[in-house]
Ligand binder design. Structure first.
Ligand SMILES: Cc1cc2nc3c(=O)[nH]c(=O)nc-3n(C[C@H](O)[C@H](O)[C@H](O)COP(=O)(O)O)c2cc1C
Length: 212
């Protein structure tokens, strides 16, 4: 099928050298503030790309659940397809796209599991149904039926009735510790503004403008 072509132009804003902050995490925070101020629905939606050890990539959508100078955090099942890949090849790329702002951020780096305490704290804050789902779902494994999963949820509901639901050992966070962060702002005529920050051996960041 040939898709209808829409020649959309990017006209909203520009990203100039003099507004760039030296610290890419602060730059990211500014853009998050803008995304929240713009009331973008699900602004924290990211694409996570992982790969097998022989370089076969896969990607999926996740929610970004935190970030600071240590890196970018998401939560999932350690035994999922992505978890299996990360266990053997602890590198990932994240992409976040804010259509309404004509912005994209691309992040690359190595990946570590968050501490058990950090995962526990996040898990404890989740709604009960999500907690039970984390116990019941063998994420990425074949499932005989939706009813079978619903049944497993009810079994865990009964098991944990009357007390807090502990975090399943196979469920927790990952932190992407970036060595490269790129900020992309759409510009008219496809002459977009792109700035990439690269981490230096002394942990300082150096940025440069890229061709669009
Ligand atoms: C908007 C959105 C948010 C999602 N957030 C998460 C998430 O935070 N954690 C998660 O494990 N899966 C999340 N998923 C499901 C994943 O895309 C994916 O199906 C799942 O993690 C299994 O991926 P895998 O088989 O590649 O490991 C989300 C899906 C969508 C569409």
């Amino acid at each position: 099928m040939t898709l209808p072509v829409v020649h959309r132009d990017f006209t909203r804003s520009r990203l100039h050298e003099d507004e760039l902050v030296a610290n890419p995490f602060v730059q990211f925070q500014h853009w998050v503030d803008d995304a929240i101020a713009a009331k973008i629905v699900d602004w924290e939606t990211i694409t996570l790309a992982t790969a097998t050890t022989d370089g076969v990539p896969s990607a999926r959508t996740l929610f970004l659940r935190g970030f600071d100078e240590r890196g970018f955090v998401f939560y999932t099942n350690y035994e999922s397809r992505k978890g299996t890949q990360l266990a053997k090849n602890a590198r990932a790329a994240l992409v976040i796209h804010w259509r309404e702002l004509e912005r994209q951020v691309c992040i690359e780096g190595r990946v570590e599991q968050t501490s058990a305490a950090e995962s526990d704290e996040y898990f404890a804050d989740r709604p009960l149904q999500s907690q039970l789902g984390a116990w019941a779902s063998h994420q990425s494994q074949p499932l005989e039926s939706a009813e079978a999963l619903a049944q497993r949820v009810e079994e865990f509901r009964a098991k944990f009735a009357g007390g807090p639901v502990p975090r399943p050992p196979q469920w927790g966070g990952y932190r992407v510790i970036p060595n490269r962060i790129e900020f992309w702002q759409g510009a008219p005529g496809r002459l977009h503004d792109r700035f990439v920050y690269n981490r230096q051996p002394d942990d300082k960041w150096i940025w440069q403008r890229l061709n669009p």
